[in-house]
Design a protein around this ligand. Structure first.
Ligand code: OFO
Length: 171
């Protein structure tokens, strides 16, 4: 049985994952309408992944005798100055998710909820991977530069990092 305090935090986490999913969908759309097809595929996949992260939490809360609450979504940012600003937003968002996961782990430890601690390990590794990926892509954009054919190369690089997703909406 999950404690009330942790249940509330897990529901907040679920909401963050849902927001990440809609934010990345908005990023995919911006990339697509700006001719950045590789980046669009990358963010469509990221959006699907975040929905999966949300669902994992959803099921876990209910399995533990809590009540998973379907979140109402705030509108994500839908337009960006350029791919650099978009990628900075992506990294910033991942950082805030990592902070929230760390807080959850801390509270689960305090409450001696070892089942939740074990469950949350997956999110710790996932955040590590995603933050590293966002940082790498940001570095690439800075390195290549957006002038001339730079944007084309950047888009290609980002597209190469797109992991095939089960719910792939771009194929
Ligand atoms: Fe949910 O993986 Fe990052 O945010």
């Amino acid at each position: 049985m999950v404690g009330k305090k942790l249940e509330k935090l897990l529901n907040e986490q679920l909401e963050m994952e849902a927001y990440a999913s809609s934010s990345y969908l908005a990023m995919a759309s911006w990339c697509e309408v700006n001719g950045l097809d590789g980046s669009a595929t990358f963010f469509y996949n990221q959006s699907d992944e975040e929905r999966m992260h949300m669902l994992k939490l959803f099921r876990f809360i209910n399995e533990r005798g809590g009540h998973a609450i379907t979140p109402s979504l705030k509108k994500p940012k839908t337009s960006f100055k350029n791919i650099l600003e978009l990628m900075e937003t992506f990294l910033e968002h991942e950082r805030s998710v990592t902070e929230a996961v760390n807080k959850l782990v801390y509270i689960a430890g305090q409450e001696k909820d070892y089942t939740s601690l074990n469950f949350l390990q997956w999110y710790i590794s996932e955040q590590h991977e995603e933050e590293t990926l966002a940082r790498t892509l940001l570095d690439k954009i800075k390195l290549i530069g957006m002038q001339g054919s730079g944007l084309y190369l950047i888009d290609k690089e980002i597209g190469l990092k797109a992991t095939p997703s089960v719910n792939n909406t771009t194929e």
